[in-house]
Design a protein around this ligand. Structure first.
Ligand code: FAD
Ligand code: SF4
Length: 503
């Protein structure tokens, strides 16, 4: 049998199972395909295209240098260059790693190729697909906390025998502080584009010309595994010690705070979650770092990341159509052009995404996702926007994060209550309200903060459904304090806004 290896663009891992499984002397040919048609599937952020294609080209060059016979194709589609390559090498089988994204796997299964594709287990996560599905089948409730504790025990991370390090599983109460005083976070590492990246930038300018989404100028992401390791090292040295306290804070012009910026590299296969977790734990022991920060970070990677991917597989493809609230307001234009909104919090976060493709978790959840939920935007339009706009966006990580966590569009299969909040939360956790033309204290005046209008309108519109979620009762009880006249004013303002959006 003559087989070849096809390496997908988000599986650029030195521990790729096909590369591991073969005899050094009989190296099969390798294929990578840069599909220009991919850029037309969605209006991807231009830096995302640069990142993926540049990382692929660097990875292919490293494999060639290591002696592999690599074919690198730049073509419109996947099927044509794949077929040509199979014929050229007279292959009887093509090995590839199971794709993370269900729609992409389905697309591959529809190809009519001269030889079969053999899918190898995806090894880019700690939990295999079967292991997660077995865990999920064995449980009545699929809470993150119990999955996370199982993972801590299974992989012996931050454990003292059977007990959690420090005596507690979760140090959240020490974290999540509001931004007070003059915070001085470290500047993120940046990598000026080398020749390879510059060539990709020129190509992306052709494929996605001015008018496409996202600034290309200022591209500074890592594009190789060694650069990604530098980002990890910098995080461990400079950011991990303070990761916990300001994990949820939002500060104008401090876009990354103490966040790791590791998701683009984890999601491309340049880093493996196990090495990230292990190095954080080693740093904790060697440098006596604060347990609250280290545990808080490890929970993100060992807990949330694995859990969101596992639930994506568990819920299956129909999950993408979830719309529990029947929200159907079209996505406002300002999501594609931050200058079209005068809500300062939205403006700051959307502008930042335009500049870099990045926003940290609370900006995604409590500014963008929260707004989309309470304003009643169509979940599918919001998900499509996130998928296109973010540097680390892929189907497997988008569905559960956007539809489940941010929008509660699945009616609580993932989260126990909607992350809905008024200006009070945003004012507490950020400095955005200080420079906003809206009145954060008002909920119904002409100048009332739209987050307040939508928040109360959301509770009014959906109170019958929400009252069945026990954790919403406190929020709903506050409706009694608003007179019927003011409630009507709030609802009218929200309706007028939705009507103006075409919803
Ligand atoms: P840090 O704050 O430093 O966290 C460390 C790591 O934990 C991240 O790199 C990431 O790998 C992992 N992580 C933490 N939370 C999650 C989570 N909920 N799901 C998956 N991984 C997690 N993450 C993506 O990787 N791609 C996305 O497209 C994406 N879209 C999101 C959309 C919404 C609406 C929300 C609420 C969250 C989304 N997330 C996504 C999860 C999370 O916000 C990002 O992983 C994180 O902000 C990336 O920045 P960082 O690397 O600096 O993370
Ligand atoms: Fe956002 Fe309202 Fe604060 Fe303005 S006042 S920044 S719109 S929460």
């Amino acid at each position: 049998m003559t087989f070849g290896i096809w390496i997908l663009g988000n599986q650029l891992s030195p521990s790729h199972p096909a590369l591991q499984q073969i005899d050094e002397c009989e190296r099969p040919p390798i294929l990578l395909i840069e599909s220009l048609g991919f850029a037309c599937d969605r209006p991807y952020h231009r830096q995302k295209l640069v990142l993926v294609w540049s990382a692929m080209r660097h990875f292919a060059a490293e494999l060639t240098q290591a002696g592999w016979d690599v074919t690198y194709c730049i073509e419109e589609t996947f099927a044509t260059p794949l077929t040509d390559w199979i014929n050229r090498y007279r292959l009887s089988e093509v090995w590839l790693m199971e794709p993370e994204d269900i729609p992409f796997k389905r697309r591959l299964e529809r190809y009519e190729l001269p030889c079969p594709l053999k899918f190898l287990d995806n090894t880019l996560f700690l939990w295999s697909q079967t292991e997660f599905l077995d865990w999920a089948k064995s449980r009545k409730s699929l809470l993150l906390e119990s999955f996370y504790r199982t993972g801590r025990k299974r992989f012996q991370v931050l454990m003292n025998g059977k007990e959690p390090e420090g005596g507690t599983w979760n140090y959240d109460k020490h974290n999540r502080q509001p931004p007070k005083g003059d915070l001085q976070p470290p500047k993120p590492l940046s990598f000026p584009p080398d020749e390879v990246t510059q060539a990709v930038i020129e190509q992306v300018k052709q494929v996605s010309p001015e008018g496409g989404y996202g600034q290309i100028k200022g591209f500074a992401w890592a594009v190789t595994r060694s650069q990604a390791l530098e980002v990890l090292d910098y995080f461990l040295q400079e950011q991990l010690p303070q990761f916990g306290p300001y994990q949820d804070a939002m500060v104008t012009r401090e876009e990354t705070l103490w966040h790791s910026l590791l998701s683009p590299y984890l999601n491309l296969g340049l880093l493996h979650p196990q090495e990230v977790i292990q190095s954080a734990e080693t740093a904790y022991h060697q440098r006596n770092l604060p347990i609250a920060s280290v545990e808080g970070f490890i929970r993100q990677v060992l807990g949330w990341r694995e859990y969101m991917r596992g639930l994506y597989l568990h819920f299956g493809p129909d999950y993408a159509q979830s719309n529990w609230f029947d929200h159907d307001t079209p996505l406002p234009e300002f999501f594609w052009d931050a200058d079209k909104t005068d809500l300062n919090c939205l403006h700051q976060v959307l502008k930042q995404v335009e500049r870099s493709g990045y926003a940290h978790h609370i900006q995604r959840l409590m500014i963008l996702g929260n707004f989309a939920t309470i304003a009643g935007l169509s979940p599918q339009e919001v998900e499509a926007w996130f998928h296109a706009a973010f540097i680390d966006g892929y189907d497997w990580v988008m569905q559960t994060n956007v539809l489940g966590m941010a929008l509660f569009a699945d009616g609580g299969r993932l989260a126990t209550k909607p992350y809905a909040a008024s200006a009070n939360y945003i004012h507490k956790m950020s400095d955005y309200c200080q420079n906003c033309r809206y009145d954060r204290r008002s909920r119904s005046s002409d100048n009332a903060c739209p987050f307040n209008i939508f928040y109360w309108d959301f509770l009014l519109r959906h109170r019958d459904r929400l009252k069945d979620l026990g954790r919403m009762n406190l929020m709903l009880s506050h409706l009694k304090r608003i007179s019927p006249t003011e409630q009507a004013q709030i609802q009218q303002r929200a309706q007028d806004w939705r009507a103006a959006q075409g919803g």
